[in-house]
Design a protein around this ligand. Structure first.
Ligand code: NI
Length: 263
């Protein structure tokens, strides 16, 4: 698949359920800025048909190579990032649903989703988005054990967030300045772990909005639930080169932007 086509299609889908993202875009454009995307993030299940290896294969075809590997012990997630010259970074995480930490209910529900995907290739999964019809009761029950699993169950295969590259902005220099701009327009930030995640020394400083909410047509009724959020990243040089990786402690908190209630 052509990367430009892929990213354009993902943006269209993401913006359709994330009113905040289009709002931030308009605000920055009104300031004379041109928004560049630092990275997108995708979520999936740790299963051979759709896990990190399959995702890597899909992105290899678009010219991407694997960068760093990450592990999130509390949330039971494994992740990799992918990079390609002159293209946004891609951060992909997979949910270790077979982990002992989770009940049979979580495991069995995830197995049902895998069965519904019916061995389809990643390319097709991103076209179909969610080859199952979710129930709100199951969504809520999953969220008790894993907000990540609940989000994936409700939304399926779609971009979880896009990220404004603050390095490319002319009038805003850093994440503190970005947050100030957002707050001046009454945009709510994710405060889990503080409004600013990461430090200059780590090479990456980030913030994110709280997720927008959007209506999902569940089997047992239509409900407004968290959809996607917008993220902001400023990268710094480490040993003379702009850092291209991610900082696990920061990402761990940013995942929580899609929680139903921030804890
Ligand atoms: Ni991100």
């Amino acid at each position: 698949m052509n990367p430009a086509h892929f990213f354009a299609r993902e943006w269209k889908d993401y913006a359709s359920v994330t009113s905040l993202a289009s709002q931030v875009h308009r605000l920055l454009e009104a300031k004379g800025e041109h928004v560049e995307n630092d990275h997108i993030a995708l979520r999936t299940l740790a299963h051979p048909s759709m896990g990190l290896e399959s995702m890597l294969g899909f992105f290899n075809d678009m010219g991407y190579e694997q960068g760093g590997e990450y592990f999130f012990a509390d949330k039971r997630l494994r992740a990799i990032h992918l990079e390609a010259p002159n293209l946004p970074l891609v951060f992909v995480s997979e949910f270790l649903y077979e982990d002992d930490k989770f009940s049979n209910f979580v495991r069995e529900t995830m197995e049902e989703l895998i069965a519904a995907c019916d061995g389809r290739e990643v390319l097709e999964l991103f076209e179909i988005r969610r080859p199952w019809r979710p129930s709100f009761a199951t969504y809520e029950k999953l969220a008790v054990e894993s907000e990540y699993a609940a989000w994936f169950y409700a939304w399926g295969f779609r971009t979880n967030h896009f990220t404004v590259s603050v390095n490319e902005l002319k009038s805003i220099n850093d994440i503190a300045g970005m947050n100030k701009f957002l707050k001046a327009h009454n945009i709510q930030l994710n405060t889990s772990g503080g409004e600013i995640k990461g430090t200059e020394v780590q090479g990456l400083v980030q913030s994110s909005t709280q997720a927008s909410t959007f209506e999902v047509d569940f089997i047992d009724g239509k409900k407004m639930i968290p959809s996607c959020y917008y993220e902001f990243a400023k990268r710094y040089e480490i040993n003379g080169a702009l850092y291209r990786g991610f900082v696990p402690a920061s990402a761990d908190k940013i995942f929580e932007s899609t929680n139903r209630v921030q804890r």
